[in-house]
Write a protein that binds this ligand. Structure first.
Ligand code: GDP
Length: 376
């Protein structure tokens, strides 16, 4: 970070090394700090310090929480260190929420269910944060979950906080941002975090890795097969919920529930000491929603008693660490000037069969000083 205490004007970072006295550009003190350049903070808003963020989040100030999340979601390298400093200070205040993942194909009724469940939880004096991990938003600009009209009633409640999926970057980056956002929400006093994702096969594992309880929302009548939901995803679930069990659909929903219960019987359990069952509910009428939450609470009790709750969280933290190491090494590698200057050439040689791929990889890695002559 630049030392903005320095009173006189300075040269910008991008000044050419050979620029002489005649080079005209300069930076006024206090302007160069890239954190103040963030789109969130521009427009006359006071720049926050790490302490401001930490205090604001801890007292549950929504505006500060929103800005802290924006800081975490920023892809600017300058924001990374500050965001991490904020997270580090908040870490002792995290971990107390029940983390629940909700997945299912678009149209299954996830957001309606989250709204109905969220309102019920707020009525029961819970504070509910809703986050989304949407793989489509990282690939294209479009989003399966980002519709602003969703969860309108819940979003008006002061005890609820809804944050759409972060955009930009790979799914890994989106998942990291959601995970860190979840920690911020916990530090801000939200005791239930609902993480929504689309059941299309990309992001479920990432969400399973950040929640305690994972529910799969399905509908009946879309055929007896698993509705484009892969068997592997059913195996991740702690509950299979057949939604839209209302009106004429009620009977089909019950039949689907029984069928899924049979399927589940043959699958290995997602959570040690817990048997996954199928349930029916209607997100529109609210029928079955209190019973569904009772299942989540029962799950929390059982797994906290048998220790699998804490073990999963520890496992998640360990695997998160390794994911981050991988991500940061990759970013460092591909961003390194020596890699950038020679990668295209080496790639061409490998493609032409002039250079074995393993030797080329080792050579590139050696160039940035990460390998001491070993190639494995
Ligand atoms: P999502 O894409 O999974 O988030 O699905 P939505 O929550 O947006 O719901 C898709 C459509 O199904 C909407 O038109 C909802 O009103 C409707 N829907 C959601 N839940 C229910 C339900 O329990 N019963 C009925 N009849 N319709 C529902």
């Amino acid at each position: 970070m630049p030392d903005s205490d320095q009173p006189e004007d300075r040269r910008p970072e991008w000044t050419p090394p050979d620029a002489g006295q005649g080079f005209a550009s300069h930076v006024r003190p206090g302007v160069q700090d890239s954190v103040s350049e963030s789109s969130d903070i521009r427009g006359g808003r006071r720049q926050l310090t790490v302490a401001d963020y930490v205090e604001g989040v801890l007292v549950g100030d929504r505006a500060t929480l929103a800005r802290a999340i924006t800081l975490i979601e920023s892809n600017a390298p300058a924001h990374f260190d500050m965001a991490q400093a904020v997270l580090r200070a908040l870490l002792p205040h995290t971990g107390k929420a029940l983390r629940v993942g909700v997945t299912g194909v678009p149209g299954a009724g996830k957001s309606t269910l989250i709204e109905t469940l969220g309102i019920m939880l707020v009525e029961r004096r819970h504070r509910v944060a809703v986050l989304a991990v949407d793989p489509s938003s990282s690939v294209s600009r479009g989003s399966i979950l980002g519709d602003k009209t969703r969860m309108q009633q819940l979003s008006m409640l002061p005890e609820a906080f809804i944050r759409p999926s972060p955009t930009g970057g790979m799914l890994g980056g989106v998942a990291r941002k959601s995970r860190e956002t979840m920690l911020l929400c916990e530090a801000a006093g939200f005791d239930v975090v609902l993480v929504e994702t689309v059941g299309t096969g990309q992001s479920e594992t990432a969400v399973r890795e950040m929640v305690d309880f994972f529910m799969l929302v399905l509908i009946a009548g879309a055929g007896d097969e698993l509705q484009g939901i892969k068997k592997g995803i059913v195996e991740l679930a702690d509950a299979v919920v057949i939604n839209k069990a209302d009106g004429p659909n009620r009977i089909a929903a019950r039949a689907a529930r029984a069928e899924y219960d049979r399927v589940l019987h043959f699958l290995s359990p997602a959570t040690e000491g817990w048997t996954t069952h199928a349930y029916t509910c209607s997100a529109v009428t609210g029928e079955g929603i209190p019973e569904l939450w009772a299942v989540v609470e029962d799950f929390a009790r059982v797994t906290q008693d048998n220790g699998s709750f804490a073990r999963r969280r520890q496992r998640q933290l360990r695997s998160w660490l390794h994911t981050l190491i991988q991500e940061q090494l990759e970013r460092y590698f591909y961003g390194h000037p020596r890699v950038r200057s020679s990668l295209a050439d080496i790639e061409a040689k490998v493609a032409a069969g002039e250079l074995p791929a393993a030797a080329a990889a080792a050579d590139l890695i050696r160039r940035i000083g990460l390998l001491d002559g070993k190639t494995d």
